[in-house]
Structures are given as C-alpha cells and as structure tokens.
Design a protein around this ligand. Structure first.
Ligand code: ADP
Ligand code: MG
Length: 697
C-alpha cells in the first residue's frame, strides 16, 4: 500500500504502445522482417533509434529509488537521516574531530517531515557544496580504498532528490569551515534530467553569512537554523515520509549507531519533540584508517586492461609497483618474467593478449597479502562495554578476528554476544507502549507484536495473546482500554525465553544495517552455525532461540553490499569463513558459561537436598543413641560436601581435575563480561573478589 504511493507518478515515457504506433507510421523502409514474420508491425531499428538516448544517473535513480532505500515513506525517513549522519561521522573522523551530531525531525504537514542534521565536522568549502548536494555520484570516497561509511557518492544527494520529488522543497545547507570565516548558506535542487545542481538563493551564488554577531542576526532574520559550532555542516531536507517507532525506525538506527560508535555524541529530537542524548563512552577517536592501493589479486582482467591503458608511467615494472599495494621491484620482475614480458615495456603499448598474460602471471606469482592496518575494528573491550550499555544481560562475550582478505580487499569480522536478561518487550514503559500501539500500521495484534519487537517470534506472540486472552486477528487500533491493559500485563509477565529468537544486530563499517536481513551473509552464516553445541536451542538452518543478542561487525576498505542501498553483505566465501570463526569463538565462550551455570545450579540443588535429610538423620540418631546432635550434623555435612564435590569433579583433556572455580579469563580466552543479579560486573579471572561474587550468583 505504501509502495504504490511512490511508484505511480513515474510512467511518463517509453510506453511500449507508443512505440508500436510510431513504428506503424513509418512505411516502406525496406525492413519488414518483423511485420512479415509475426503478421503485425511492432517496431523497426529506425523507430528504436529515434528513442535511444542517454539516461542520466539521477533520472535512473529517480525511477529506481528503491535501489537507494527509498521504497516506502517510512524507510525514506530513515535513509535520509542515515545518509546525513553517516556523512557527518565520516567527515569528523577524517578530520580527526570527536563527532557531535544533532538530529531533529519535525512534522510539517500530513505525511511530511523536515529532517535537520548538523555536525561539528570540518565543513565543506563553498564551491563544493552545490556539487555534493545537487549531483548524484559525486563524492570523495569512491575512487579510493579506505574504510568509511559512505563509498558510492550517492547518499546525501539522493536524499535531497527524494525530498525535492516528493515535496518540491530544495535541500538547505549551512556549512562553516572556521570560527572566523563566513558560513555559506545554499538552497539547492537537483536538475534530474542533467544531473547538475541548481542554486536557488543568492542569485544563483548562495549566501555568505559573516562570522560572529552579524552572522547570528542574519540567520535569525532569515530563519536559518544553526547550532553554534566553530565549524561544521547542517543539512535540511523536507520530504514525504512516515514516522514510526520500533524495528527499522530512526530511533533504532540512532541507538544502534551509538552502540557501535562509542566515541560519538548524538542529540536526537524526535517528531514529537522528545529529546534523547547518547553521550560518548570514550574520548578516544578510532585510529585513522589508511588509504590503500588495490591488491593485485583482487583486480579483474577488464580493470587491469583499463589501468594499463590509462597508466602514465613509462615501464611495466613501474606500473606494477605504483598501481598496486605489496608489489616490490622484485615482485614486479617476477610477474613480468612469468608473463614473458619485458619489465621495461611501455604499459600503454601492451596488446590484449599481453594484458591477459600479465593477468595470469599476477595470479601465479606469490605476492604478500595486503597490509591490514587500513581496517580498524571496534575492539573486544569496547564491544563488551557498549553491548552492556545497550542490552541488559547476565553474560557478554566478544571476539575480534585478525584481518583477512576477499578479492584483494582487507576486512575484519568481529562479534559480540549478550545472553540473558529481560527481552526488550519486557522493559517497555507504559507510555511507550501506548505510543507504539497508537502508531502501528500492523493489521493484526500478532503482526504488531512480531514486527515491533526484536527477537519476538510468532510463538512468543501467540503466548502473549493467549495470556492476555485476546484474539490473534484483532486490529491493534480497535483495542479498548481494558484490552490494552491486559496486553501490556501479558507482555511483561509471560516467560518469553523459550519462544524468543536470537536478536541479530548487523553492522558494516560501524553503520547498522536494518533491512534485508535474510539476504545478508551475516544472518545466513548465523543460521548455518550449530548453536546447539553451545547450549542454545535451534532448529537446523534457522536462528537459535533463547535470550541472546548477537552483534556482528564487518570493517573493510570496501564493503561488498548486495545493492546501492547498502543493506546486506554479499556472501563471499572468505567473508563467510571469518564470520563462522568469529561466531564460533563467542559461541564457545557462551557454551562454557552456560555449562558452568547449569553445573552450579545442579550442585546447589543436590547439596540442599542432602542438607534437608541430614538434619532429620541427625535428629533421629540423637534420639536413639546418646550423641551430640549438632556435632553429628556437622560431621555428616562435611562428609556430604566432600562427596558431592568429588562427584562434580571433571577432568580436563590431560586427566587433571578441573573445578568450576578454575574457569577463568584464560579459559574463556578473554573478551568476557559477567553481571551478577545485583548488577555487579566482573571480567572472570582478572580480579579474585569479582570472581567470588560471580561464582556465588
Ligand atoms: N557533513 C559533511 N561534512 C563534510 N563533507 C561532507 C559532508 N557530507 C558530505 N560530504 C562530502 O560529500 C561527499 C558526497 O557525499 P555522499 O553523497 O553522501 O556520498 P559518499 O558519502 O558515498 O561519498 C562525501 O564524499 C564528502 O566528501
Ligand atoms: Mg554518504
């Protein structure tokens, strides 16, 4: 229903019927193959030729906006915020600035919102502003291999174009590069036919705003919003959209962004005026990722051919060492020898077969793997801290894999896991519940539950409805107060652990991925992993169940998305392998924890049972024979303790006894955080007191 609203207005040209009419109108042109063979004239090469022309990228994406994440009004809002925030964070980090971002969404009419995103980044120089915001495929990140959130140069201008198409309003930009320099203000719209920017204000030149007081007055008078920072950028886009909380919402995206970017502060004002701040957890910027050249193994034949053709150097040897990473002079010589080419040959003179020989030689020559100091993970410690902040649980584990390579591109996989604690649905406040249920567009209650809450499977939803004694198919809007009360109570009280499925949080270069989970290599690999080995329940080939949240991050100089909307990771075998290893690493830690917890519970139960009977035995014996009941009882207890402990002793692979208490950070291999029922944290093994507290839990 939402989708239709967007696609309708797009049928303008290229209607096949029109083509048929035109073709029929062109008489005796000598080519009647079509007409004679099928019996009715359809079209001719000439008629087609009249219609063949270039397609501008912006026209293409205006028609195919779903490719960019604008397939429905709800997603359009998210994508717009996401593109602007991703850019803000990229710009700050590249400039070495601790990012602070302000996001504001205001309703401006029915189905209309104004999105404002401001950052404290380096700002944008005047002449670049129109091109960045008014031209698709224009950016600083496409022609390089460097870890960043954006890569295609299509994000923010596409959001601006969507705003223009749906509301007719231009994109507004304020940008400032230093405290003492003027700020620049632009109102821009993209000319989709030509893919060029049109500047609407300041007689087509934009406006300069002087620094300090004069500037403040100017902005106030003109109604230009700006938060006082020395440098930064503010983008304002008005668009047709829908705001809704829950899964896939702006709120979720910002929360998840804060989770994976502990160095960022985000201020968020939602359409209802509610303000939320996610303060940074660390003052430390992530290390600056290096830009690298492509690795020879990752270059395809066609790309190699065009690189050779366009190369500006004189010798093949120089071409190889200059254009690629990890090719030394010696390496270049070996490649040339294997290709039977002179290392002094002029690269531009190489023929097709020679390029192919070169390509084959590259594959056969041993070249060191790419340098990997160009990708930075979040790191186990920050992952644990961030997950703990976000998901209240009892056990956390994290694993960061060493760098690996797909198609010549270095990447790192890391995984964080949280186990236990109340699922999100049971932490929801009454007010938030009322809001969500008022806003939902779900048709049935069951659908409402399953689509709003992470980790809520169909069976859990049914359980809640049963407990609340509500029919499954009732519309959420039709609930009366009493029914809403029952639903809320049931949501909070039903034991959902069994019916709950694993919550998966996917990230690429620290950006949360909220859609297309099923098409993503991350989800697929999780489903292929056998979680039963680690103590979770799982039907083969699906997500495991239980109170578990798994966060997976891929960091790479080039993230292989399955489409331009950057929502799912392509399934390269190298990536799947690393995913598997990282998931297994945290899985093993979870397994250890669960087994140990189970053993502790089991042992405790047995001892309690003994103690109960020993008391009675001591009393009975003291009645028939003159013994001190207390002394006898103590003796019996000490024997029982020794025996139950002995029975519990397990042997390690060397036949040495291991006791549960000896499970330490070393057994876990580090990267573990345990929370006791009182909320005390411990990193097992690192501190004896914490260890004690934890074992008694
Ligand atoms: N907030 C900002 N601050 C500084 N530079 C920006 C900002 N937003 C965008 N840019 C610049 O504009 C370019 C285009 O942005 P975008 O269209 O989102 O493409 P991408 O992020 O994929 O490169 C970026 O590469 C960056 O150089
Ligand atoms: Mg971008």
């Amino acid at each position: 229903m939402e989708r239709k609203g967007i696609v309708i207005s797009e049928k303008k040209e290229g209607d096949p019927q029109e083509g048929a009419i035109q073709a029929a109108k062109i008489p005796s042109n000598g080519d009647t193959r079509n007409a004679s063979s099928t019996g009715n004239a359809r079209t001719t090469a000439q008629a087609l030729a009249a219609k063949q022309r270039e397609i501008s990228v912006s026209e293409f994406f205006a028609k195919n906006r779903h490719l960019l994440g604008f397939d429905n009004p709800r997603k359009a809002l998210l994508t717009t915020v996401k593109e602007a925030v991703d850019n803000a964070l990229d710009a700050c980090e590249e400039a070495g600035i601790l990012p602070e971002v302000w996001v504001q969404i205001q309703p401006t009419g029915e189905n209309r919102f104004r999105v404002d995103v401001q950052d404290n980044g380096p700002g944008i120089v005047k002449k670049q502003i129109p091109l960045i915001f008014g031209k698709l495929l224009y950016g600083s990140k496409f022609h390089r291999l460097r870890m960043s959130r954006g890569q295609q140069g299509i994000g923010i201008s596409a959001a601006g174009m969507y705003g223009l198409l749906t509301t007719g309003k231009p994109v507004k930009i304020v940008s400032k590069i230093a405290r003492t320099k003027p700020a620049h203000y632009y109102e821009i719209q993209i000319d989709t036919k030509r893919n060029v920017p049109e500047i609407l204000n300041g007689r087509g030149e934009g406006e300069d705003i002087p620094p300090n007081d004069a500037g403040r007055q100017y902005m106030e008078k003109r109604g230009i919003a700006w938060i006082e920072v020395d440098h930064g950028t503010r983008v304002t886009i008005e668009l047709e959209a829908r705001y809704q909380r829950g899964r896939g919402s702006v709120d979720e995206y910002l929360e998840l962004t804060a989770l994976a970017n502990p160095h960022v502060t985000i201020h968020y004002q939602d359409p209802e005026g509610q303000e939320t701040t996610y303060p940074r957890l660390t003052e430390q910027l992530p290390p600056e990722p290096k830009e690298i050249k492509p690795h020879p193994y990752g270059v395809e034949l066609g790309v190699l051919a065009s690189m050779v053709r366009e190369s500006g150097v004189k010798t093949l040897s120089q071409f190889l060492t200059d254009s690629f990473s990890r090719v030394s002079a010696g390496g270049a010589r070996r490649i040339c020898e294997a290709a039977k080419l002179s290392s002094r040959a002029n690269p531009r003179r190489l023929g097709r077969q020679e390029v192919e020989a070169l390509y084959q030689a590259i594959q056969q020559t041993r070249i060191p793997p790419p340098a990997t100091d160009c990708v930075w993970p979040i790191g186990e410690e920050l992952l644990l801290r961030a997950l703990h902040q976000m998901v209240p649980a009892e056990f956390y584990a994290a694993a960061t894999r060493p760098p690996a390579v797909y198609r010549g591109n270095p990447f790192i996989i890391e995984v964080g896991l949280a186990y236990g604690g109340a699922p999100p649905i049971q932490r929801i406040s009454r007010e938030a519940f009322e809001e969500i249920i008022a806003e939902t567009d779900a048709r049935t209650l069951r659908q409402f539950l399953a689509s709003t809450f992470d980790g809520m499977g169909a069976s859990a939803a049914d359980k809640i409805l049963q407990e609340a004694q509500l029919p499954r198919r009732i519309m959420p809007d039709n609930l009366n107060e009493d029914q809403r009360n029952r639903l809320y109570e049931a949501m909070r009280n039903v034991n959902l652990f069994e019916g709950q499925t694993m919550t998966v949080l996917r990230y690429a270069n620290r950006v949360p991925l909220l859609f297309q989970a099923g098409a993503c290599a991350i989800t697929q690999t999780i489903m292929q992993t056998n979680w039963r080995t680690y103590g979770l329940q799982q039907t083969r080939g699906s997500l495991p169940t239980g109170p578990v949240t798994v966060m997976v991050h891929i960091a790479s100089v080039w993230v292989p998305f399955t489409s331009e909307s950057k929502e799912a990771i392509a399934a390269y075998p190298e990536i799947q392998k690393e995913l598997r290893l990282a998931l297994q690493a945290v899985g093993r830690k979870l397994g250890m924890y669960l087994r140990r917890r189970q053993r502790a519970q089991h042992e405790g139960q047995r001892r309690n049972l003994f103690l109960r009977y020993l008391g009675e035995v001591a009393t009975a014996v003291s009645v028939i024979t003159p013994v001190d009941r207390e002394k006898l009882y103590e003796k019996l207890v000490s024997v029982a303790k020794r025996k139950t402990a002995e029975a519990d002793v397990e042997l390690d692979e060397h036949g040495r006894p291991v006791t549960p208490q000896e499970l330490s950070a070393e057994d876990y291999g580090g990267g573990v955080l345990v929370v006791d029922p009182d909320g005390n944290l411990s990193f097992p093994g690192s501190d004896p007191a914490a260890e004690q507290a934890e074992t008694s839990a």
